[in-house]
Ligand binder design. Structure first.
Ligand SMILES: [Zn+2]
Length: 204
């Protein structure tokens, strides 16, 4: 589909979600503020979609429609993520973005890990991309439910370490606060269990 149109559609979706989120938080004034602030990140994000052409090729139109409608909350979160990382000098990987259904930023946020929000991936590479692609798919499948379900699970896994009962418990030690999150909480939230299961199956 037309790259410029796709960029315009995703930019409009981003500004529109910002207005809705603002309205829910603070009525009409919130809608104006949320729409305007989201409009600021919608412009570079829309340009990234137009330049990178993630929706090129088979299935692209369908993904573009899903990202602007059912998954628009994830697109909005991804656009905010994209804007912040671009301001910090993280470049768009145009070659990897084209036709992949997601937007690639060259550098990661956390050392040794890639981070994916909505359809925006920071620091992915061909070795770990199957894992990150699961998160892109999860967002499209669950739409507006995805981020709340992820957030709820992080809170529960932090407060109630149910993961101590998992069968992989013997393979790692929790000897620091960092280990509590990196080995305990993080790999045992539902969307990471799913993504690691898929990536392990394909790597072994
Ligand atoms: Zn993950």
């Amino acid at each position: 589909m037309g790259a410029a149109i796709a960029g315009w559609v995703q930019g409009m979706a981003t500004a529109g979600v910002g207005a809705v989120v603002g309205f829910l938080a603070a009525g009409r004034v919130g809608a104006a503020v949320g729409g305007a602030l989201s409009g600021v990140v919608a412009i570079p994000f829309g340009r990234a979609v137009a330049r990178g052409q993630p929706y090129q090729g088979p299935g692209g139109l369908r993904r573009c429609i899903v990202d602007a409608t059912w998954s628009a909350l994830n697109t909005w979160a991804g656009a905010l993520f994209y804007g912040i990382l671009r301001l910090r000098g993280n470049p768009l990987d145009v070659d990897r973005t084209r036709g992949r259904g997601s937007i690639w930023l060259v550098h990661g946020v956390v050392p040794r890990y890639a981070t994916t929000i909505g359809m925006v991936k920071a620091g992915s590479n061909e070795r770990i991309d199957r894992h990150e692609e699961v998160h892109v798919l999860q967002a499209r499948l669950l739409g507006p439910l995805y981020l709340p379900l992820v957030a709820i699970n992080y809170v529960i896994a932090t407060l109630v370490p149910y993961w101590l009962l998992f069968s992989d418990r013997a393979s790692y030690s929790v000897d620091s606060v960092a280990a509590y999150f990196e080995r305990g909480v993080y790999p045992h939230v539902w969307h990471e269990l799913w993504a690691y299961r898929v990536s392990r199956r394909h790597s072994s």
